[in-house]
Design a protein around this ligand. Structure first.
Ligand code: PEP
Ligand code: MG
Length: 884
């Protein structure tokens, strides 16, 4: 088998399109090499070897050895160096690279090939012994950490101790002899702790490093990352072995990372950071504060140290040209790693850059304007769920800010929460429903769970490309990094801000991730602006989609928000939700607990005017757009008092004796209320309830039409129907009330009467039910519950276990089960339309806001999806992508 693909010297065996085989890094290195860009030569061991490795007891295929040695020989020839040689030694980087980018999750070994002899040769060759010893100690540190499992903190301690003894503050002040001494101490420590000498054979080093990189595919943080990002374990990682170039070869050398456009705002300007006389790890580690690449960037961030543009004008000019080439070639913003070795530029990596949603939007829209991509490309470049980031609040510009510190604006948006100092605390707080801000000196990949649990992240060290910054942008949570004016004293649960402010764990702070500010307390926020790039992209999406997007809204507030987000009507108004609040719940309880029809009617008389005025408001807000009102569908347990204290309260409010109330609750108690006296069953037992609701609806429709001048596009929906006769009965009540209201007002309101399809029997009998129903709305919450036989209320106790054990891939209550529930939908749509060809079809379960489910609905030929207000833009975009 061909396990190894080479690149370098202006040619390559693979291309960018081969990322499944070569990993993203390997594929793009090949592409850059083939484009003739300055890429150090190397080879990529394909992802299939990762599968082989795990399938064969963590060993490597026999015929890999020769292919790697051949690749090595080619690299030696290209560079004029020898691996393990006693003159001009060739050093290697051994890096991971999966098909999808997993930044910082897997392992890398740099400077491989050094030992007690080659270090001398390297120093001699470079004419710089200090460089050689610095490089050797870096290699030992990284190799021992990655391959031998030595805790890197032990090395940090030795290094700090050495620096203190020599009176140095920075690594760069260390001399050759001092580094050499560090190397001896490192090696001694390894011998003492592990009883083995640090391996001196470069080939042994290489094979162990390759094995370690494959092994890192399964390390816990990589596994967690894959779970969070739905990356299959089968993909595996590739391993790229490349000739080293050195950014730590004195003051004409440097290393850096750059984005071809600003990853936070999307602004079209080169954006990046670099460090003189350093290796790549130094930039990411945030030990020294990096310098801006461009003059413009330096001025914008108030940087004191010179930009690369000033310091290395020739390398900068070449780099800028390469960036332009790469962006034009990949037709997308690139995230680039580079090194300058004694003035000469080398490209080490390029990939489509991660960006905030705001930036993604701006870049997509700009690239359409630049003629680089089409409207459809732009629509497909935005992940629908990420729109959420734009829909969240920012700090009200009018408020007085109590700034207690500032840093870099690493990820935009604003959030408030209690201060916590560890990821464990953040996770625990989230479980209790508390909002927290994770405050750290810096974060590492171990913190991803904690960052997920937090509303925002604050670090006191690191730059725009530090771990915290990159990960927070990916997650879409606000983040401020490098807030050097704040001191974290985690041991004493304290945070010290500017002006002597002291805050404790649990105190509230607010982050402004767009301004890079940290504020004390809770700060008023404002809703986002939905115009500009967002508006343009959504307009394009609206032109592309076939399905309508409606909203699930029960209150005027929801309805207004949904309209602002572009909803084209209400697909589900859960009337029982209109009675959750304030005084209303008492009347609702009175109705539910009434002993006889007279008692019920008395309560219903009080509910009627409330319903009517709510409906008038909803109809007016939706002026002329379709509004689907669903008749009462209350799972009774959601409305009844539970504890003794609650019962006492309710009894008092209702002027009842608590003992009597308790008996009444007992009498109507159900073992499984979700499958109990709910939906149309209630309307059949107590038709007076449906009567009241129908009256409120028709009277409101009449009033709203008079008020707004637009006739109400009314759809009345009957829930939980399994039998056609159920629907016939309830529709009979609706039709009778419609006729009498028309007689009273002199106006007949046109309406459709339809049903939810949320029981398997209804799906199966759709052709019969459609004889009565004028529309279907798929209630996929109940349809999932009843198809799986999994209680909606209890699913959370075991679904996560199912996911972890690979029994199911995702929670079927979140993303539609295409095979089972999906087949019922297809079948019901088909059978229903056989009876009634113009039958209107929609979905109003939670799945109506889930992009994958929306794509399914497109294929099933539904007319609309309906989702919660904040999901409306997501659904508009997902519906467009489904149609493209
Ligand atoms: C459903 O069952 O999918 C639905 C929308 O109704 P509810 O969630 O109110 O039961
Ligand atoms: Mg339902």
């Amino acid at each position: 088998a061909k396990w190894v693909y080479r690149f370098g010297g202006g040619t390559a065996e693979g291309r960018a399109a081969d990322s499944a085989l070569l990993g993203g890094k390997g594929a793009n290195l090949a592409e850059m090499a083939a484009l003739g860009l300055p890429v150090p030569p190397g080879m990529t061991i394909v992802t299939d070897v990762c599968g082989w490795y795990y399938g064969n007891g963590k060993t490597l295929p026999d015929d890999l050895r020769k292919q790697v040695l051949d690749g090595l020989a080619a690299m030696e020839e290209e560079t004029g160096r020898t691996f393990g040689g006693d003159t001009r030694p060739l050093l290697l980087s051994v890096r991971s690279g999966a098909r999808a980018s997993m930044p910082g999750m897997m392992d890398t070994v740099l400077n491989l090939g050094l030992n007690d002899e080659t270090v001398q040769a390297l120093g001699h060759d470079a004419g710089d012994a200090r460089f050689a010893w610095d490089t050797y100690r870096r290699f030992i540190q990284m190799y021992a950490d990655v391959v031998m499992g030595v805790d890197h903190e032990i090395f940090e301690e030795i290094l700090e101790d050495e620096k203190a003894q020599c009176g140095h503050e920075y690594d760069t002040e260390m001399s050759a002899v001092e580094w050499q001494h560090v190397v001896s101490r490192y090696k001694e420590m390894i011998e003492e702790e592990f009883g083995e000498v640090f391996p001196q054979d470069p080939h042994e080093q290489l094979w162990k490093a390759i094995g370690a990189v494959f092994a890192s595919w399964m390390n816990p943080r990589a596994v967690t990352f894959r779970t969070l990002h739905n990356i299959p374990a089968e993909w595996g990682t590739a391993v790229s072995v490349q000739a080293m170039v050195f950014g730590n070869l004195g003051s004409t050398s440097a290393t850096g990372v750059a984005f071809t456009r600003n990853p936070s705002t999307g602004e079209k300007s080169l954006y990046g950071e670099f460090l003189v006389n350093a290796q790549g790890e130094d930039v990411v580690a945030g030990i020294r504060t990096p310098q801006s690449i461009t003059e413009e960037g330096r001025i914008a961030t108030g940087g004191e140290k010179p930009s690369m543009e000033k310091l290395m004008p020739e390398a900068f000019a070449e780099f800028k040209a390469v960036c332009t080439t790469l962006e034009a070639h990949f037709r997308d913003m690139q995230d680039i790693e580079f090194t300058v070795e004694r003035g000469k530029l080398f490209m080490l990596q390029t990939r489509n850059g991660k960006r905030t949603t705001r930036a993604a939007m701006k870049i997509a829209v700009d690239m359409v304007d630049e003629g680089v991509i089409t409207h459809e490309d732009a629509i497909c470049r935005i992940e629908p769920p990420s729109l959420d980031q734009l829909l969240h609040p920012t700090i009200d510009p009018k408020v007085q800010r109590r700034v207690i510190g500032s840093g870099l604006p690493a990820s935009p948006g604003a959030a408030s929460g209690e201060i916590v100092f560890s990821s464990e605390e953040a996770i625990a707080a989230e479980a209790e429903g508390r909002k927290v801000i994770l405050v750290r000196t810096e974060t590492s990949p171990e913190d991803i769970h904690g960052m997920h649990a937090a509303e925002g992240v604050l670090t006191t060290r690191g730059g725009m490309t530090s771990h915290a910054a990159v990960v927070a942008r990916g997650m879409g949570i606000p983040c401020v990094v490098g807030a050097g004016s704040i001191r974290v004293d985690a041991r004493n649960d304290k945070l010290l801000g500017v002006g002597g402010v002291v805050l404790k764990r649990g105190d509230i702070i607010t982050l402004d991730g767009s301004a890079g500010q940290v504020l004390a307390g809770v700060v008023p926020m404002i809703q986002p602006e939905l115009s500009g790039d967002f508006g343009r992209l959504m307009e394009w999406a609206d032109k592309c989609r076939r399905m309508d997007v409606r909203t699930n809204a029960d209150t005027p507030q929801d309805a207004r928000a949904a309209r602002a987000f572009g909803a084209e009507g209400i697909g589900l108004c859960r009337t029982e939700h209109m009675f959750f609040e304030g005084e209303r719940i008492h009347v609702m309880r009175e109705m539910i607990l009434a002993e006889d029809e007279a008692g019920r009617r008395a309560a219903l008389d009080k509910l009627l005017p409330m319903q009517r005025s709510d409906f008038i408001e909803l109809f007016s807000i939706m002026s002329g757009l379709p509004v689907t009102i669903r008749l009462l569908d209350p799972p009774l347990h959601e409305f009844l008092p539970k504890t003794e204290a609650e019962i006492a309260d309710v009894a008092e409010a209702m002027g009842m004796e608590p003992g009597f109330l308790a008996r009444r609750i007992d009498a109507i108690h159900e073992f499984n209320p979700m499958m109990g006296h709910r939906g149309c069953r209630l309307a059949i037992s107590y038709p007076e309830i449906a009567e009241m609701q129908a009256r409120a609806i028709f009277e409101a429709a009449d009033a709203a039409a008079a008020e707004t001048g637009a006739p109400v596009a009314l759809e009345i929906m009957v829930p939980l129907v399994g039998l056609r006769a159920e629907l016939d009965y309830v529709k009979g009540v609706i039709d009778r009330v419609a006729a009498s209201v028309a007689e009273e007002t002199g106006n007949a309101t046109a309406y459709l009467a339809g049903t939810m399809i949320e029981l398997p029997r209804a799906a199966l009998r759709a052709h019969v039910i459609a004889e009565t129903a004028e529309f279907f709305s798929f209630g996929t919450n109940d349809l999932t519950q009843t198809t799986f036989g999994i209680s909606r209320d209890d699913a959370a106790t075991f679904i996560p276990t199912y996911q972890r054990k690979g029994i199911i891939e995702h929670d079927p209550f979140v993303s539609l089960d295409f095979e089972g529930v999906g087949e019922l939908i297809q079948l019901a749509a088909e059978r229903g339309r056989r009876t009634r060809s113009d039958l209107k079809l929609g979905i109003c379960g939670e799945h109506g806001g889930d992009p994958a489910s929306i794509s399914f609905c497109e294929d099933a030929g539904l007319d609309y999806v309906s989702c919660s207000p904040f999901r409306v833009p997501i659904a508009r975009l997902a519906a467009a992508q489904a149609a493209i």
